[in-house]
Design a protein around this ligand. Structure first.
Ligand code: GDP
Ligand code: MG
Length: 436
């Protein structure tokens, strides 16, 4: 999965033009990846339709190639499903946890308690899982581990009764967490029980606890619970496992509520605030979705800034400081590639072909940035004063080889040469503004 999708992205960034067939092929790859990650079929089709429609109808903004723009669309559409990110409020409140059996509700109750207690809010549990005998003890143990107050009535079968009696007991507690029953599947009895309990509790948050390994069933389940309780948020558990959480994505799409937190293990501290970017990286099988993110960020570079930088490069007057500036702000592999692609093959500076390998490019940029960091302003502004002695100092200061520093300087000179060559190259200027 991961390699095939990554391959597609590479294909896309690698092709110098883009046609309908390329788009179609890419969309098929995306569909395959999403389905493999257990995103449900309807959502997958909706998504790919939207991506296709947008890639056909929208024009990339200035400074962006059509290829990059498609990547950006994919990312944006996925991000849109995750909704606007939102955090659990750190304030007194009542939280009810709902979800199927074994999804991690009780464990999450413990994690939430630890989370709120650390923030200085007194926290208490109400044990309203009346179906699983072990649930009572499990929650009581968690209360001992976290310092949360515990309320439960052993043997009581009516969760509404339990909650009502907890009110007096927990009246001084700021955050109340109500643990509820689950089943293997959502039957009408369970939905009925949860609906009644929700009415009695009148919670500020009703959180769906869903396991990252839940597949195609996640969507319909979430919808039933949404209808019964009016969910306000989602917590995805078992993100430490192999599940790609496509089911969870379907659930989120179905309910339109934000994902607040994720569970990343069995222990109380294995709990993180949800990051849409990380989540998408996992979903798409890209451990690190930086390539996509870079594309998304590139769109934020204003035309003006791009123009300014181009003018500087073209002027032939640019120094290491400018190079630093460019690399910091613009050294996105796709931009680098565009730049190097524009250089006639025979004139390609030695070593520059490495830049075509995006991973290598990123590594190199990282190294070069450290080297530039070790130079003085005077050196950055007047690279010609950099002699063997300076090279030695800089290599030591940056923890790199002297050869690395020399390579950087060589590339700088080549870039400067190329800049002169590019001067007056209108086709290139036009391309850099994304008009081709
Ligand atoms: P409930 O039936 O919904 O209350 O689920 P439990 O809280 O009892 O959890 C079911 C199982 O999942 C337990 O063995 C937990 O230790 C485990 N579990 C819960 N959350 C996580 C998590 O984030 N990661 C992992 N690896 N296991 C988890
Ligand atoms: Mg439980």
């Amino acid at each position: 999965l991961s390699s095939s999708l990554r391959e597609t992205f590479r294909k896309i960034t690698g092709s110098s033009y883009i046609d309908k067939n390329v788009i179609k092929e890419m969309i098929r790859d995306i569909q395959r990846a999403l389905l493999k990650a257990d995103v449900n079929v309807k959502l997958t089709l909706d998504l790919s339709r939207k991506i296709e429609e947008r890639s056909e109808n929208e024009k990339p903004p200035a400074g962006m190639t059509p290829q990059d723009y498609i990547l950006k669309i994919v990312y944006e559409e996925l991000l849109a499903i995750l909704g606007k990110s939102s955090n659990l409020k750190i304030q007194p409140q009542t939280i009810m946890l709902v979800g199927l059996y074994g999804q991690g509700k009780t464990t999450t109750a413990g994690k939430l308690a630890r989370f709120f207690i650390k923030k200085g809010l007194s926290t208490g549990f109400v044990a309203c899982d009346v179906h699983r005998p072990a649930a009572f003890e499990q929650l009581r143990t968690l209360s001992e581990q976290t310092g949360a107050k515990f309320f439960g009535i052993k043997g009581e079968k009516n969760p509404v009764k339990i909650f009502n009696q907890s009110i007096e007991e927990l009246k001084d507690i700021q955050v109340k967490i109500v643990d509820t029953s689950g089943r293997d599947s959502l039957d009408s009895d369970l939905l009925d029980e949860i609906t009644k309990l929700k009415k009695a509790v009148n919670p500020d948050e009703v959180l769906l606890v869903i396991d990252a390994t839940v597949g195609q069933q996640a969507g319909p389940q979430a919808k039933s619970l949404m209808d019964a309780t009016g969910l306000t948020g989602v917590i995805i558990t078992k993100m430490d496992g192999t599940g790609k959480a496509g089911g969870a994505l379907s659930a989120v799409a179905q309910t339109g509520v934000p994902v607040y937190m994720i569970g990343t293990g069995e222990h109380l501290e294995d709990f993180e605030i949800f990051s849409p970017k990380k989540f998408l990286g996992r979903l798409l099988g890209m451990g690190d979705p930086e390539a996509l993110l870079d594309v998304a960020q590139e769109a934020d570079i204003s035309d003006e800034k791009a123009e300014e930088t181009m003018t500087k490069i073209m002027s032939g007057k640019f120094n290491l400081m400018d190079m630093y500036d460019i690399w910091e702000k613009f050294a996105k592999p796709s931009l680098m590639k565009r730049l190097f692609d524009s250089i006639p093959v025979g004139k390609m500076p030695k070593g520059a072909s490495n830049m075509l390998d995006l991973d290598a490019a990123q590594e190199k940029i990282g190294k070069y940035t450290v080297i530039l960091d070790s130079m003085t302003y005077k050196e950055l502004e007047n690279p010609e004063i950099i002699n063997a002695k300076v090279i030695r100092r800089v290599s030591r200061g940056s923890g790199t080889q002297e050869q690395d520093v020399r390579n950087l300087l060589k590339e700088f000179r080549a870039m400067k040469e190329n800049a002169k060559m590019m001067k007056g190259n209108r086709a290139l200027k036009k391309m850099m503004r994304g008009q081709m």
